[in-house]
Write a protein that binds this ligand. Structure first.
Ligand code: 6PG
Length: 242
């Protein structure tokens, strides 16, 4: 299916384009399937996008919000992706609380939290264990090291292929993350990447040959649409055909 790289002059143009694309994909999903399932990324890049989505006129009762990864902290913690999204977007938007599905971070063992989210997702999609649900839209960021979601370089999470959700690890700290198989099943996957600090990793990811263990975002190979939305600071030196 469609794999495209789109480069925008600055972060504002990048966010505006991402907003238009997300709104279009959401409306298509609701028109075609009467619902839209979205998995969000964390970090700083998507925050202005989330603020814009809070004001969007969308069929919120038809939209299910999930997270593609989460730091293993309570929602009230400043590092919580759910807490950030709630503050910036969800608290200002008429989406039913039942449509918001934060990753659990209250189990003593993060493996139990990952298993619980795995179970929740299968139940929400009405699927049996062993199935891989197709999210309508997965939004991803990318770290300077080329990680995406919480799939960090040279970690065990990169090899997990028999589950939807697993435990990631950053500097010894646990995270909950979608696995490659779940991400790759999405109908539409959008990377949102901004800033010169991402140039090196992007160069490695778009190189003709490379190592997804070192640059995990290179391992995202969805059957569906894959859009890389970059600002010029991130993508200006990329020698790629769009
Ligand atoms: O929990 C997280 O941090 C994210 O999901 C992570 O994958 C993020 O997208 C990248 O680290 C980029 O973060 P920035 O947007 O802050 O550069």
């Amino acid at each position: 299916m469609t794999h495209k790289v789109l480069i925008y002059p600055d972060r504002q143009a990048l966010v505006s384009a991402a907003f238009d694309l997300m709104v279009a994909r959401i409306r298509t999903a609701v028109d075609e399937r009467q619902r839209c399932t979205i998995a969000l990324s964390g970090g700083s890049t998507p925050q202005p996008l989330y603020a814009a989505l809070a004001q969007a006129d969308l069929p919120w009762d038809r939209i299910g919000i999930y997270w593609g990864d989460e730091r293993y902290v309570p929602p009230s913690h400043p590092d919580s992706n759910y807490g950030m999204t709630k503050r910036i977007w969800l608290d200002s938007c008429p989406i039913p609380a039942a449509n918001i599905h934060p990753m659990p971070t209250n189990f003593a063992d993060p493996q139990q939290a990952a298993a619980e989210y795995d179970r929740q997702i299968l139940a929400d999609f009405g699927l049996e264990a062993g199935s891989i649900p197709a999210f309508d839209l997965i939004l991803l960021g990318m770290g300077d090291d080329g990680h995406t979601a919480s799939l960090f370089p040279h970690t065990a999470a990169l090899s997990v292929r028999d589950r939807l959700v697993t435990v990631g690890e950053k500097d010894g700290q646990p995270r909950i993350t979608f696995t490659y198989p779940l991400i790759d099943r999405a109908r539409s996957t959008i990377f949102l990447i901004s800033g010169a600090s991402k140039q090196t990793a992007l160069g490695e990811i778009f190189a003709p040959t490379g190592d997804a263990d070192t640059y995990p975002a290179r391992g995202i190979q969805p059957q569906g649409e894959l859009l890389w939305l970059l600002d010029a600071d991130a993508g200006k030196d990329l020698a790629i055909a769009s």
